[in-house]
Write a protein that binds this ligand. Structure first.
Ligand SMILES: [Zn+2]
Length: 264
């Protein structure tokens, strides 16, 4: 819609966002574009300025867990998207502190942030707008969405690397993303398929060494048998970060199994 005045609210699949669920949640992306509050430069100051805000800060790269109205995890979005939902009053902040959680509207979260700004914690992230500073929420809850989308886990490079914790499954060493490749355990030239059970993360050296052979032929042993993950492997990486410790509360229910020993 050309009338939308909130460029920072990204439509469609955001770079950082990934669906815990499926296509139902994607529909939310379009709703925000019609948010009346996004047209108010004063109330929507965090996301509704034109030209778009400046200086990217590390806080903007954070992720925010989205719950549905029934407090079930359905999505992960980036910070801009989360503030878009808050400004449009489509969501509220769910904040966990000392084992108890409270919910906050965008305005009350701003007030809360003013108080908390006195004692910032190392794991907290903050975003500064023209007039105020606000803490980045870790969890938001949709106020009107109560469905639970079907989980859909895509087999792609990012998810395979996340599943294997960026560790080469042959030499056991951890590498940066650009130094890793996807290896077909049984090579495609030998009929190997692209499935969770037949692809692993491998460093370039190991991949070249193995070539078009099976591990047995190449005398290389897999450190883990590849399997289809039970949950989104990207979430596991987040859960190993102390910043996102509060996510465990919402991912430990029947819908999500959260273990503690996965690599990441
Ligand atoms: Zn290797």
């Amino acid at each position: 819609m050309s009338a939308v005045q909130a460029p920072p609210i990204q439509r469609g699949r955001s770079q950082d966002g990934y669906a815990i669920g499926g296509p139902h949640v994607q529909g939310l992306q379009t709703t925000v574009a019609h948010c009346p509050r996004a047209h108010s430069p004063r109330r929507g100051a965090v996301v509704a300025h034109r030209p778009p805000p400046p200086p990217p800060s590390s806080a903007l790269t954070c992720s925010v867990l989205v719950l549905n109205r029934l407090y079930m995890a359905v999505h992960v979005v980036n910070v801009r998207r989360a503030f878009g939902l808050l400004c449009c009053e489509m969501a509220e902040v769910v904040h966990l502190e000392d084992g108890k959680f409270g919910t906050f509207s965008f305005d009350s979260w701003r007030e809360m942030s003013e108080l908390r700004a006195e004692e910032k914690q190392p794991e907290d992230d903050w975003i500064r707008s023209v007039n105020f500073e606000v803490q980045v929420p870790r969890v938001v809850r949709l106020l009107r969405y109560d469905r639970l989308p079907r989980q859909k886990l895509h087999l792609n490079r990012r998810n395979v690397l996340a599943r294997d914790g960026h560790v080469c499954q042959y030499c056991g060493r951890r590498f940066a993303t650009q130094l890793l490749s996807i290896d077909h355990v049984v090579p495609r030239s030998r009929g190997g398929e692209t499935t969770w059970e037949n692809v692993v993360c491998a460093c370039l050296t190991c991949n070249v060494k193995k070539g078009g052979r099976t591990p047995k032929e190449a005398h290389m042993k897999l450190i883990h048998r590849p399997v289809r993950p039970k949950r989104n492997p990207l979430l596991l990486l987040k859960l190993n970060n102390p910043k996102y410790a509060s996510w465990r509360t919402w991912l430990a229910g029947a819908h999500w199994e959260v273990g503690g020993k996965d690599s990441g």
